[in-house]
Design a protein around this ligand. Structure first.
Ligand SMILES: [Zn+2]
Length: 483
């Protein structure tokens, strides 16, 4: 249920206050403007039978600023106390607050005056405990993000630039970004999308997501834009976290090309994408199969057989296959078998659904009985970062170098803690079940090789084999790791 929605009484118009806020940084970096927010809120009001009786606009104010330094927010709270309105609308919670303490302080006053709020572009339900917990969580996250981009951090970054550290170095930026010189009245250079490569990059990302091939993307975009972007340049850019706007713990480092989820998907694809795969042949499972003896990923290649035709002529016949280079080239492994793609594809089609069902059953029984334990305490680390920033703001840390060192150390740990959590299985296979449902095999049979390759790669991360040559019973998929 949406908050503050009046039921019934057509023609009833509710009077509300509208709050908007934008920081200088956001205006510059993300083009978020007051005007855009005004427009969105006006639209919302119109569609929901609301009348905006008063606008409150804090411009050039970060959400970290205390209430007393946000004149318009202050005025709004006073007006709430004077019962000028019963509800406040703003587009997103992060426009309103990025500090848990301030949020609660303000809520106390609003609650006392029976004033509710609505984030027009987000859904919260404050009438349930879950809904309230969710709001708190959102603010805690926003608070942490704001901490990391606080003015002090920018000072440290400037310091790094001064010292010649490659934080903002043009040379080290991915191809799709450039350093913009400050405009008159601005103090700092900033990073922006490079207009020369922006469209190309979007196309390359879309291509890799769809066809799982960096080399294919390179050929495609170079032909389309008449440019000559090298494989490694594109490959590196696709793997750089700046693509999602973050850099070394700064979540708003630059304008993003993709969101975090898409970036993660991209990385999985690239990780499984073997660089040397020749263009003219599509291997369905390259980079996905691990050697049953040594664990190395098998390398795709062609195998030539002599095949006797009905009329007695012998023709060479080519098969796609996979083999372990540790065994076949470096003699460090005993798995000399060539895994034929056609056999493997058949086994995959036969076994994938069974393996999926089995895994889900196991996972369900485990998740009922076991608690997951982590090596790092993420909440504690985040608190510590808060304390560090606070100490620095209060001038209790002597040098930027010392702050910098501690900051890097902490953010590194936080990064590891997050990685640890995200690598813990979420036990959700529904997206795969959706793919492997109905008459999916019939659909699969209609796909061309490129699309078959993309199909497997959309949910398979690793294929483990039990594969013995000359023993049909031992040509099985042992396990599949799903995304
Ligand atoms: Zn091997």
């Amino acid at each position: 249920m949406e908050i503050g929605t009046y039921i019934g009484g057509t023609g009833y118009i509710e009077e509300v206050a509208a709050y908007i806020r934008v920081s200088t940084q956001e205006q510059k970096m993300h083009g978020i403007s007051l005007d855009a927010q005004v427009e969105k809120l006006e639209e919302y009001a119109k569609a929901n039978n609301l009348k905006i009786v008063e606008w409150y606009k804090d411009e050039g104010v970060s959400a970290r600023k205390l209430i007393k330094k946000r004149p318009e927010l202050q005025r709004m709270i006073h007006d709430a106390e004077k019962k000028k309105f019963k509800r406040i609308i703003f587009i997103k919670l992060d426009r309103f607050f990025r500090s848990v303490a301030e949020y609660h302080e303000c809520m106390k006053i609003l609650d006392a005056n029976h004033v509710t709020w609505t984030a027009t572009e987000e859904k919260y339900d404050l009438s349930t405990a879950n809904g309230r917990a969710f709001v708190n969580m959102k603010i805690v996250i926003a608070e942490l993000e704001a901490d990391q981009t606080s003015e002090r951090i920018k000072i440290v970054n400037d310091y790094k630039v001064k010292e010649g550290l490659p934080l903002f170095g043009t040379q080290s930026l991915p191809i799709c970004f450039c350093v913009k010189q400050p405009e008159p009245g601005e103090r700092h250079k900033y990073i922006d999308k490079d207009p020369k490569y922006e469209a190309l990059m979007y196309d390359a990302i879309a291509y890799v997501l769809k066809y799982h091939s960096v080399r294919g993307a390179m050929t495609h975009v170079n032909a389309k834009y008449g440019l000559n972007v090298g494989y490694n340049v594109l490959y590196n850019a696709l793997q750089n976290e700046m693509l999602m706007g973050t850099y070394k713990g700064n979540p708003n480092y630059c304008p993003p090309y993709v969101d975090a989820e898409t970036f993660a998907a991209l990385q999985r694809i690239i990780k499984n994408n073997i660089k040397r795969t020749p263009q003219n042949r599509i291997y369905l499972f390259s980079g996905l199969i691990t050697c049953p003896e040594c664990g190395r990923r098998l390398t795709a290649g062609m195998h030539t057989n002599k095949r006797k035709l009905a009329d007695g002529t012998v023709r060479p016949h080519k098969y796609a296959m996979y083999r372990c280079m540790n065994a076949n080239r470096d003699k460090k492994c005993n798995f000399k078998t060539c895994v034929m793609e056609i056999t493997l594809e058949g086994k995959m089609l036969e076994q994938v659904r069974t393996i999926l069902d089995m895994k889900r059953a196991i996972v369900e029984s485990i998740s009922e009985s076991k608690e997951v334990t982590y090596r790092y305490n993420l909440e504690e680390l985040e608190k510590e970062l808060g304390r560090l920033n606070y100490s620095w703001q209060k001038g209790r840390i002597a040098s930027p170098e010392e702050y910098d060192r501690q900051y890097d150390e902490l953010t590194q740990k936080i990064h590891e803690a997050r990685a640890e959590r995200s690598s813990t299985p979420t036990y959700d296979y529904t997206h795969i079940e959706d793919v492997l449902s109905g008459d999916w095999k019939a659909i699969y049979n209609e796909l061309n090789p490129e699309h078959r390759r993309a199909f497997w790669r959309s949910f398979v991360e690793e294929i483990q084999l039990d594969w013995q040559i000359g023993n049909a019973a031992r040509k099985q998929i042992k396990d599949i790791k799903f995304f």
